[in-house]
Design a protein around this ligand. Structure first.
Ligand SMILES: Nc1ncnc2c1ncn2[C@@H]1O[C@H](COP(=O)(O)OP(=O)(O)OP(=O)(O)O)[C@@H](O)[C@H]1O
Ligand SMILES: [Mg+2]
Length: 248
């Protein structure tokens, strides 16, 4: 269980960008966070693995502050950022995936095995020796996801992972996310493309102006989205079950 309690943040005495955020992410849950631009979604994400330290409030992983052992926190909670380019460090896809384990000085054989496994899992075999800056947007996203998965995290947080991807590109990433959730990992997905993903969620969190304005099961919130400032471009009568881009 990952818990956020009373989390607030402001920059230079301006209005709070996060204001008393309280939310729990149970083990194995699939949370979707939505809200208008500037509502604080990315700021919240950056607190979840200690990249930003809480000014007020705290983040707890299994009851312990994530600040207590930041190395453990960063292994347990993997972030996939909005901009894949900012997160790719290796000279090749394979070396980018191995970067985290190498930093932690895992034994060579263990690094090799773990890297090979995620390359297979995410079907990156053909890309393994490619230079990351030559990859397409979707291929970059999958590389970043692989570099997160190789650490075997309990929780994966993804910030708008579908931006700029075409239909198959979205499907590839979504399939991987759903599989990781089925294997027991907790998923926190920031996305305004609710019609692509909502069917998979166990919890929907709506944010506005630094606050959580609603949280609950998608079926409860779906009829009320406009009241929380979320547009429904997919129309009134869409069923929750149909809100996925994965083929049945
Ligand atoms: N370093 C900073 N200094 C001042 N304000 C900041 C800083 N970083 C973020 N903010 C402000 O915090 C607010 C929340 O930003 P955040 O990036 O979390 O929004 P978001 O919900 O992720 O939006 P988007 O959908 O556009 O990605 C914004 O008003 C932003 O300008
Ligand atoms: Mg953002």
């Amino acid at each position: 269980m990952l818990q956020v309690r009373g989390l607030s943040r402001s920059y230079r005495n301006q209005q709070k960008v996060l204001n008393n955020i309280n939310i729990s992410f149970p083990e194995g849950s699939f949370t979707i966070i939505a809200g208008p631009n500037g509502s604080g979604k990315t700021q919240l994400m950056r607190h979840l693995n200690g990249l930003l330290k809480a000014q007020e409030g705290e983040v707890l992983l299994r009851g312990e502050s994530i600040q207590k052992d930041l190395n453990h926190t960063r292994r347990s909670i993997g972030l996939v950022f909005q901009n894949a380019d900012s997160q790719i460090v290796g000279q090749t896809v394979a070396s980018d995936i191995a970067f985290g384990p190498e930093n932690l000085r895992w034994p060579r054989e263990k690094i090799r095995e773990a890297t090979e496994q995620v390359i297979r899992e995410l079907s990156l075999e053909k890309l393994r020796d490619r230079r990351p800056h030559t990859l397409s947007g979707g291929e970059k996203r999958r590389t970043v996801l692989a570099a997160v998965l190789v650490m075997n995290p309990d929780v994966i947080v993804l910030d708008e992972p579908f931006t700029g991807l075409d239909y198959p590109g979205v499907q590839d990433i979504l399939k991987d996310i759903v599989r990781q959730n089925k294997e027991g990992r907790t998923i926190i997905l920031i996305s305004h493309d609710l019609e692509k993903v909502l069917a998979h969620s166990t919890q929907l969190v709506l944010m506005n102006k630094g606050e959580i304005t609603a949280s609950g099961r998608a079926e409860e919130l779906l009829p009320h989205l406009e009241e929380y400032g979320i547009r429904r471009p997919w129309g009134e009568n869409r069923t929750l079950k149909s809100m996925t881009w994965l083929k049945p």
